[in-house]
Design a protein around this ligand. Structure first.
Ligand code: UGA
Length: 433
């Protein structure tokens, strides 16, 4: 099929490359010229394992093309995916839909034949209905069907999650062709037995926001238990392991630590609360405010813990921060807990040096006043405390004996419960988590 993907960020670029991998002819539309040029040359402008190889193969093979023109896209496609960003509005909790709205406003008047538009971006419930009414106003003598097909990929596993998803969800209005067309678009995935849930648009929109709200709740649950463990002298990791054996609970997403960040979970739970409020159902989601609070408390607690380890004041101390990405296998620093902590510690008078295997450029752009080092070892040079805030394998594998030679004081804080405490303690380090 001839497929257009509008917006080539983490989601769109991955989706476009994976659609080509599934045998479709794909045209990706990216409005930022630098990004477009990189992608057209087969380069991925962010770190996503496995994507560069896939993208290059399909760009070189001709099944994936990149352009900046909606008119070209309108001529080309049978199916259009909307994969533009829906960030949090500045100073508000709700999602900013200006990019989704702009995509519809620009594309629809250019269409000269019947097509299906599938929304992938995460949107508040009710968006498909609202946009569908606008599509009908803008369409000129053509039948345009709009449906929502939310995406569940994780950064760092984006290709794997797109090619082998847990489920495909479609929210379509009755009487259309969306289900039939989706069966063709996702044929290899559905033939492999992947569950395909066909429902109405508000349900599909809510599937996505509910999934992210549940994941965020799971993380904040274990972090709330961690607070009690701190007070009671108990081991939260052992609790997560023990309760995780119960299949009803499950061990995944029960890793206590610095909490969740990134471009999705934080803004999605806030947008979900805002939307529930608009619908008069605010009370139903009031627990998400606590989920958010628990999560944000992790960051301040990490700053306090560092201050405690420094003997009560951060003034004049040298702090090494290992990890800046919001999670490993990503260079994304949007709402990164690690950088947030780094910034707070610096504001309290410490000199902070950050190292991350992949997120250095993005971190420099966001926090230009922090110091950056080219390796974990150089970041730790003369440090009073070393903080591991993103659980990159490189940090898990650090040799405590070797690192001891770099630092001024052997204080390590494990912000992701990813280090072997005994190993660090037996190498003479003061370990805190
Ligand atoms: C999340 C969801 O997992 C995806 O299913 C969803 O498609 C995506 O958002 C989205 O809406 O686009 P992602 O933001 O890539 O994916 O990252 P996650 O793997 O969910 O991690 C989110 C944050 O939670 C990270 O900061 C991670 O360090 C933290 N986390 C995760 C924990 O603190 N503890 C855990 O046990 C798991």
């Amino acid at each position: 099929m001839r497929i257009v993907v509008l917006g080539l960020g983490y989601l769109g670029a991955t989706h476009a490359a994976c659609m080509a991998e599934m045998g479709h002819e794909v045209l990706g539309v990216e409005v930022i010229p630098e990004k477009r040029a990189q992608l057209a040359a087969g380069e991925v402008p962010f770190y996503e394992p496995g994507l560069p190889e896939l993208l290059k193969r399909h760009i070189d093979g001709g099944s994936l093309k990149v352009c900046g023109s909606y008119a070209e896209a309108a001529d080309f496609g049978d199916v259009f995916f909307i994969a533009v960003g829906t960030p949090q509005k500045k100073g508000e909790y709700s999602a900013d839909l200006k990019y989704v709205d702009a995509a519809i406003e620009e594309l629809i008047p250019l269409l000269s034949r019947d097509v299906l538009i599938l929304g992938k971006s995460t949107v508040p419930v009710g968006t498909t209905q609202r946009l569908s009414e606008r599509v009908d106003e803008l369409a000129k003598d053509v039948e345009i069907e709009l449906a929502w097909n939310p995406e569940f990929l994780r950064e760092g596993f984006a290709v794997e999650d797109t090619l082998h998803p847990d489920r495909v969800v479609l929210g379509a209005f009755s009487g259309g062709q969306a289900e039939l067309i989706c069966r063709e678009v996702y044929a290899p995935i559905l033939e492999a037995g992947t569950p395909f849930i066909v429902t109405d648009p508000p349900t599909a929109e809510l599937v996505k926001t509910s999934a992210n709200a549940f994941l965020a709740t799971k993380i904040s649950f274990i972090n709330a238990i961690a607070e009690v463990c701190d007070a009671a002298g108990a081991d939260v990791k052992a609790i997560a392991d023990a309760i995780g054996y119960d299949a009803r609970i499950g061990r995944r997403f029960l890793n206590a630590g610095l909490g969740f960040g990134g471009g999705c979970l934080p803004k999605d739970i806030r947008a979900f609360m805002a939307r529930a409020g608009e619908l008069g159902a605010a009370e139903a989601l009031s627990f998400l405010r606590e989920v958010d609070n628990v999560n944000m408390r992790r960051r301040t607690r990490m700053v306090e813990l560092t201050r405690e380890v420094c003997g009560g004041s951060l003034l004049g101390k040298r702090i090494a921060i290992l990890g800046a990405a919001f999670k490993p296998e990503s260079d994304d620093v949007r709402d990164s807990p690690a950088l947030n902590v780094a910034g707070q510690i610096q504001l309290q008078g410490a000199s902070v040096t950050v190292y991350d295997p992949k997120a250095m450029d993005n971190s420099r752009k966001l926090f230009p006043t922090l110091d950056y080092a080219e390796s974990a070892e150089t970041a730790c040079d003369s440090a009073d405390v070393v903080l591991v805030l993103t659980e990159w394998r490189e940090f898990v594998a650090l040799n405590p004996t070797k690192l001891a030679a770099e630092v001024r004081q052997k204080n390590i804080i494990d912000g992701r419960l990813c280090l072997d405490e005994r190993e660090w303690v037996s190498a003479g380090w003061n370990y805190a988590s």
